[in-house]
Design a protein around this ligand. Sequence first.
Ligand SMILES: Nc1ncnc2c1ncn2[C@@H]1O[C@H](COP(=O)(O)OP(=O)(O)O)[C@@H](O)[C@H]1O
Ligand SMILES: [Mg+2]
Length: 248
Amino acid sequence: MTTPVLSVEDLWVRYGTVPAVRGISFDVFPGEVIAILGPNGAGKTSTLSAVMGRLGRQQGTIEFQGESIAGLSPDKVARCGMALVPEGRHIFGDLTVSENLQLGMVSRTTQQGSDEDLGWALDLFPILDDFMGRQAGLLSGGQQQQLAIARALVANPELILLDEPSLGLAPSIIDIVFKALDSIRDRGRTIVIVEQRAVRTAAFADRSFVIANGEIRLTFNRSDEGLPEDIASVYFGAQESSDGDSAS
Ligand SMILES: Nc1ncnc2c1ncn2[C@@H]1O[C@H](COP(=O)(O)OP(=O)(O)O)[C@@H](O)[C@H]1O
Ligand SMILES: [Mg+2]
């Protein structure tokens, strides 16, 4: 039996007393690409943030390669072999591109292979190679997103979590991002990608979960047929109920 890379069971996230994630459970197996889809406010970022330890101890079980990581700080989680590309990038704008990448390397378990991983990241995002000495805050949004992903890759994570990596990017940059995701998958790394852009992401992922109002409403495999209508009903259903009375 294969141990999941990530196993989340009955996860609840609350802001004050208000639940944003309501008992979500899912497993991610080695080498899989998992998509978490859903409308704005569904609880996607809260789920990734909780997994990464950014929200402190939350109710539920979170295991990485069979070991509990619930309640660990984000840097401890990172050292276990997980990297998050957060929503809004959060690169260090005052530091250079090169310094941002060096910070990404801090959570590597071994410095062995770091030059190769940096070379790989710069092959995927050649623009960064041109701008190594530039202050990261001066990069365009698309360039900053490439830096955020590269910074995660040089940490050599087993599991990479990406929160809406294509948000606000030009189509040509979105293509670069998806090409990078292909390369990460080809290297056998495990990916969890959160997106509102459902169709392209679902076509890329092995399995997708659609969440709304903090719950998984729909799970499907890439090989399944007839899905767009189902996805649409979850999205539009959620939008309708968000300003009307709750559908529980
Ligand atoms: N820091 C916060 N404090 C209070 N409420 C929050 C906070 N972050 C998110 N929420 C609420 O939690 C719900 C889920 O948000 P989020 O996880 O960001 O959704 P998504 O990433 O799917 O858009 C939303 O109702 C949002 O308003
Ligand atoms: Mg979000």
